[in-house]
Ligand binder design. Structure first.
Ligand code: MAN
Length: 347
């Protein structure tokens, strides 16, 4: 059951709210923000997806070369070796390219509703980020923010980590998960001295798009992997599942908000509960979504029928999630944690 209360101000941020980062680019989507509190303000680390204006028979793909310079690849739409039937990705001569190049842009707000851009922009660098950086989760442990984000290149879809204490100086921690992996959410409390993270490896053959758990002595080197939550045939989350932001610590366990999609690529949110002292034990899961795309801005957009969240703020029983709607705009919604708990079915 959809138990969310959408902000009446939705969408909070749209592509028109930000100028492009280069003159020949166009902002196509503002989506999937990482969320954190810093200096008493709500901050969104927004994924900005930019493309090049399509022109007639040509298709343009922006990429960021290893030296940091943006380059535009040109394809002929009628080329028999081009496959371009997904708005997000094309395939040419057997190789995949993304139609947009994403970077991360910081916004802040006093009230959690009206967001203004800050100066900070994080662009992809080096050979693993040439197709962009996406969908950052921001986890706070002690005084350090951990930024885990998707790094895409022709080497594959990987997960990279940066850390910062002040949002001015960043430590590059490199790739923490090899391809194909995304949706990494680092727990904000250590358990028995160890760091824990949810991640989502994908297999094209045996296996699927499942949520896994990993542990680490230092937050940088991850191992002891365990498969946690699988997609469920016949359900709203039949095709894929992936973690949202860091799980929320409650008395009953770690409350995880996750996204699930069916084979029609309809993305909804669900919840699961993990044991407090043993997060590899799944205690409960929602049978139905707790939020599904129904609003116009969720149904229609760059990629319709999508609700995707990787950031939230918790205040007592109130959970405020920020989410990408239809892969194009950023919205907000409130939940009661008690009500989410009531939707869980214990295993
Ligand atoms: C999928 C979608 C895109 C994303 C790519 C690479 O195709 O989630 O939005 O850019 O994966 O991560």
């Amino acid at each position: 059951m959809d138990i969310s209360t959408r902000f009446k101000e939705n969408p909070l941020l749209s592509p028109a709210d930000l100028p492009p980062s280069a003159p020949n680019l166009q902002v196509r989507c503002l989506l999937n923000p990482g969320v954190f509190l810093f200096q008493d303000k709500v901050h969104l680390l927004v994924r900005v997806a930019e493309g090049v204006q399509f022109a007639g028979e040509k298709l343009f793909i922006p990429i960021r070369m290893e030296n940091g310079i943006m380059q535009v690849l040109t394809f002929d739409r009628n080329d028999p070796e081009l496959r371009a039937n997904d708005v997000r990705v094309i395939n040419y001569k057997g190789l995949d390219y993304l139609t947009t190049l994403s970077y991360l842009k910081l916004f802040s707000s006093n009230d959690g509703i009206i967001f203004k851009p800050e100066t900070l922009s994080l662009h992809g660098t080096g050979r693993y980020e040439q197709f962009g950086i996406e969908d950052c989760r921001v986890s706070l442990l002690n005084d350090t923010y951990y930024l885990s984000y998707t790094a895409v290149s022709d080497n594959g879809v990987t997960v990279a980590l940066k850390t910062t204490k002040n949002w001015q100086h960043f430590e590059e921690r490199g790739l923490i998960f090899p391809p194909h992996n995304k949706d990494v959410a680092i727990f904000e409390t250590r358990i028995d001295g160890k760091f824990y993270a949810l991640h989502r490896p994908s297999s094209k053959e045996i296996g699927g798009h499942y949520i896994w758990l990993a542990e680490s002595p230092d937050g940088y080197y991850w191992g002891q992997h365990q498969c946690l939550l699988k997609s469920r045939p016949g359900y709203w989350d039949a095709a894929r599942v992936g973690a949202g932001a860091a799980p929320i610590k409650t008395e009953q366990g770690w409350l995880l908000i996750y996204h699930g999609a069916d084979y029609q690529h309809r993305y909804c949110l669900g919840a699961a509960l993990l044991a407090l002292d043993a997060p590899w034990r799944v205690l409960a899961r929602t049978e139905e979504p707790i939020m599904e795309p129904t609003a116009t801005y969720e149904l229609n957009g760059f990629f319709g029928s999508v609700i995707f969240s990787n950031g939230h703020v918790v205040r007592g029983d109130q959970l405020t999630i920020y989410y990408g709607a239809a892969d194009e705009v950023i919205c907000g919604a409130n939940f009661s944690i008690t009500q989410i708990m009531a939707q869980l079915t214990f295993l």
